[in-house]
Ligand binder design. Structure first.
Ligand SMILES: NC(=O)c1ccc[n+]([C@@H]2O[C@H](COP(=O)([O-])OP(=O)(O)OC[C@H]3O[C@@H](n4cnc5c(N)ncnc54)[C@H](O)[C@@H]3O)[C@@H](O)[C@H]2O)c1
Length: 404
């Protein structure tokens, strides 16, 4: 069992267990966020950061200076062989996750694997087998699942405060400048070198919006919510291969449908709201900020107490039964099922001309889709696709059934 595995040669001579050895693969980009999470845990002796890996030079981060003695590698296999970490944070591009995860598992590490963990159900199955064979675990980087506000919401649902839930929807409206798409060769790509990447708004930057809805559907069903059908409209305001704007409706074997309305081309910012509608009331969770409004609340309140994924993984390794993982790979299967269903969808419709406003220059240049937030709000409120609302720029929906 994962919790039993303290190698004798790693045990401290004085009888105490040394802190787990942790490495980060993909140390730049979002990896810097992980380094900032790790820094205080390393300083407190709760883990020992042993290595950073990146194919590019590791960038300085003032909030997470590289501690003395931490080795820096450009090749993850060389790092695994040289430092034998017990926990590996994998924060590389999505299409590299499975191969790196397999290598880390082969050397006996548990994983904190960034989302999207894998890009197909076949990969999900392969990784599940690799975890089982190695006797290790993978926590997936859906950090909003550790939110106490989400738990407060699902507790309220269980207590019947909304009556019978009839719909779950989410809206998130962000803005990403040209520099975001220029930062890495995989950004905004459907595939790289023939390998699926699927770097659309649904699969990547706004994946948390999708996953929070799935977590609520899971809480309502008391089991994994298995999607059986999707309808989706995907749009883009740039020459990218994937969507920056999408409305996705998901139906499940049982339970209410989910409507996801998201954009990276917003003229106004909406951090990310999940709205749960029931026969006797409505609840709104702002998932990035853990702010919640339940029926009867006069104001939206912040619910503090978010559990960190790495700390939870470390605690789980010590007590696998008493401390369940927040985001085990198995919990992400419905999310990956949605990626599978989205993969064959046609290229998103390119919106341009009068519909789009361009502001700024160079890497800071942004493209706003006029009125997109209003469209997404109406979609989320009515559970409707833009074409069903009569939006002039809407295209027909792509529909797919999923294997039950
Ligand atoms: N949980 C979240 O909120 C969140 C936020 C942002 C990104 N992410 C995820 O984190 C992962 C990385 O995203 P990003 O935006 O930082 O990407 P990025 O391309 O900006 O950075 C990835 C880093 O990995 C390095 N890299 C690439 N291949 C590598 C390899 N084989 N070995 C070692 N290093 C390698 C790159 O040089 C780069 O520094 C993705 O899975 C992404 O979806 C999660």
């Amino acid at each position: 069992m994962p919790g039993d595995r303290v190698d004798p040669d790693r045990s401290a001579v004085n009888g105490t267990t040394p802190p787990p050895r942790v490495a980060v693969i993909g140390a730049n980009g979002h990896g810097r966020w992980h380094r900032r999470v790790i820094a205080p845990l390393h300083a407190a002796g709760r883990l020992r950061l042993v290595a950073l890996v990146d194919v590019r030079p590791v960038e300085d981060d003032p909030a997470a200076p590289v501690p003395p003695g931490v080795a820096v590698f450009t090749d993850h296999r060389a790092m695994l062989a040289a430092t034998r970490p017990e926990v590996v944070v994998i924060c590389t591009p999505p299409h590299t996750h499975l191969a790196i995860a397999r290598d880390a598992l082969a050397t006996g590490a548990d994983l904190l694997l960034e989302k999207p963990p894998v890009l197909s159900l076949a990969e999900h199955e392969e990784l599940t087998w690799a975890l089982t064979a190695a006797g290790r675990v993978a926590q997936v980087g859906f950090q909003a699942l550790g939110s106490a506000a989400l738990t407060a919401l699902t507790d309220a649902l269980a207590a019947g405060r909304l009556g019978t839930v009839t719909g779950i929807s989410t809206i998130a409206a962000w803005q990403r400048p040209d520099a975001y798409y220029a930062r890495s060769p995989w950004a905004g790509r459907r595939s790289v070198d023939g390998r699926p990447v699927l770097d659309g708004a649904l699969a990547n930057p706004l994946a948390h919006a999708v996953m929070q809805c799935l977590a609520i559907a899971e809480a309502l069903a008391g089991a994994t919510p298995w999607p059986v059908a999707i309808e989706v409209e995907r749009y883009r305001v740039r020459p990218i291969e994937v969507e920056d704007t999408a409305v996705l409706r998901v139906r499940f074997r049982a339970g209410p449908p989910v409507l996801v309305a998201v954009t990276l081309a917003a003229e106004e910012f909406v951090a990310g709201e999940v709205v749960v509608t029931g026969t006797t009331g409505q609840a709104v969770l702002e998932y990035p900020t853990d702010r919640l409004r339940l029926p009867g609340d006069v104001v939206t309140r912040r619910v503090p107490g978010r559990l960190g994924l790495l700390e939870n993984l470390l605690a789980h390794r010590v007590d696998p039964v008493g401390v369940p993982l927040i985001a085990p790979l198995a919990r992400t299967a419905p999310f990956t099922a949605l990626l599978d269903a989205l993969r064959p969808a046609p290229e998103p419709r390119l919106l341009d001309g009068e519909l789009v406003i361009t502001l700024g220059e160079g890497g800071e240049r942004v493209r706003h889709l006029r009125g997109v937030v209003d469209v997404l709000r109406r979609s989320a409120e009515r559970g409707a696709l833009p074409s069903e609302l009569g939006v002039p720029w809407a295209s027909g929906a792509y529909r797919a059934e999923l294997a039950g």
